[in-house]
Design a protein around this ligand. Structure first.
Ligand SMILES: [Zn+2]
Length: 375
């Protein structure tokens, strides 16, 4: 009897979650259609929608046109019911975003804030987060948590940092941040976070190799909508694939890594550190920018082709450089196609859709994902 009761509560919870996730992915829809599509009874759906409405997680957005009889109510999930904050911690900057449940950026800021492994730094981050949330003027109880993306490799439980050279935080812990941030905190690898954001924006993506072309090069491998972390949390560290034997020295100490050829710094070093300025000058056909770009492309093409050969799935170009590649993508596709053994075009290659703070958004999305899975 007790077991039966427990399992009926469990079934109820599963149904509610199925309905909520269905609404999350769909346009406004009537209760009748939800019941029909999910093969549930009308009373079950009605009862669950009522409960979700009481929690403000589901709203009525209007009425559907009717061909006769009573008009059906349009039901949708409430994207403003909860929010999450994301931080993009880099060596020199901090990016911060507030997103709603849909992943839309409500507010963002980026400022110079060099990473220092000190109490003062983490306290400063805590104050920054608190002020940022106050400026957003939303009910604090609606904040699911703060996601923190780091240019570092994390432990399997994502509580500590197992490898970091871009920032001095090896052996660091989420506790350094959470001591000063009064919300649940979760760490993520920066490129994995950006990859998650890209997957979120296009619900149809199943598999993807995300190449993050930032000041350091990283990446994420997504298989069946999940990040493949690898056995040591180093999956997708594309920046340290060797593309030139005995080539340029990488910051990691090895020679010939992708990072030494495809980092955003290779380009921005010619334009006072600004990638926007680099692409402006490139558009004007200025030298040395044009020559630098051509050389950069030869290595980028090899890297992209290697990813395609390895994973046989879409390759997404992201990071600071990726955000500027819309007008070059046709040329890059043609170049990768020429190198490809099996394909005559490069339609598998795409430019990232998140141009703004993808990493911080992805860090925040961890909390959204967790929330959605547990409604
Ligand atoms: Zn390297």
């Amino acid at each position: 009897m007790v077991a039966n009761k427990a399992s009926s509560i469990e079934v109820k919870k599963i149904n509610r979650n199925v309905i909520y996730k269905f609404l999350y992915k769909h346009d406004p829809i009537s209760i009748q259609e939800i019941a029909y599509t999910l093969n549930m009874s009308l009373p079950t759906v009605t009862q669950n929608i009522k409960e979700l409405q009481e929690r403000d997680l589901v709203i009525e957005t209007g009425l559907f046109e009717s061909t006769g009889g009573r008009k059906a109510k349009a039901i949708a999930y409430n994207s403003l019911a909860k929010y999450a904050v994301g931080l993009d911690v880099t060596r020199d900057h901090i990016g911060i975003v507030l997103i709603d449940l849909s992943g839309k950026v409500i507010k963002n800021e980026r400022k110079q804030y060099p990473f220092v492994n000190s109490r003062e730094y983490f306290e400063g981050i805590g104050n920054l987060v608190k002020h940022f949330i106050e400026d957003c003027k939303i009910d604090k109880s609606k904040i699911l948590g703060v996601g923190i993306a780091l240019p570092a490799i994390l432990s399997a439980d994502r509580q500590t940092v197992s490898y970091a050279t871009v920032i001095d935080f090896k052996g660091g812990s989420v506790k350094s941040f959470s001591e000063f941030i009064p919300y649940p905190c979760a760490l993520s690898n920066d490129a994995n976070a950006a990859g998650l954001a890209e997957m979120w924006v296009d619900g149809n993506i199943e598999n993807m190799a995300y190449l993050s072309l930032n000041d350091s090069v990283g990446g994420a491998i997504i298989i069946g909508k999940n990040i493949y972390p690898g056995e040591n949390q180093r999956g997708g560290e594309f920046g340290h694939m060797t593309i030139v034997p005995n080539g340029r020295t990488c910051y990691c100490g090895q020679k010939g890594c992708v990072d030494a050829y495809c980092s955003a710094k290779i380009l921005s070093a010619s334009s006072n550190g600004s990638i926007a300025e680099f692409f402006r000058l490139l558009k004007l056909n200025r030298e040395p920018h044009k020559a630098l770009w051509e050389e950069y492309l030869t290595h980028l093409i090899v890297t992209i082709n290697n990813l395609r050969m390895l994973y046989d799935c879409n390759v997404i170009l992201g990071g600071y450089v990726g955000a500027y590649l819309d007008e070059y993508i046709d040329d890059i596709r043609e170049l990768v196609a020429r190198r490809n053994t099996f394909e005559v075009d490069g339609t598998y290659l795409h430019v990232c859709k998140y141009k703004l703070e993808a990493t911080a958004v992805g860090a925040a999305l961890q909390h959204v994902e967790n929330f959605i899975n547990n409604v």
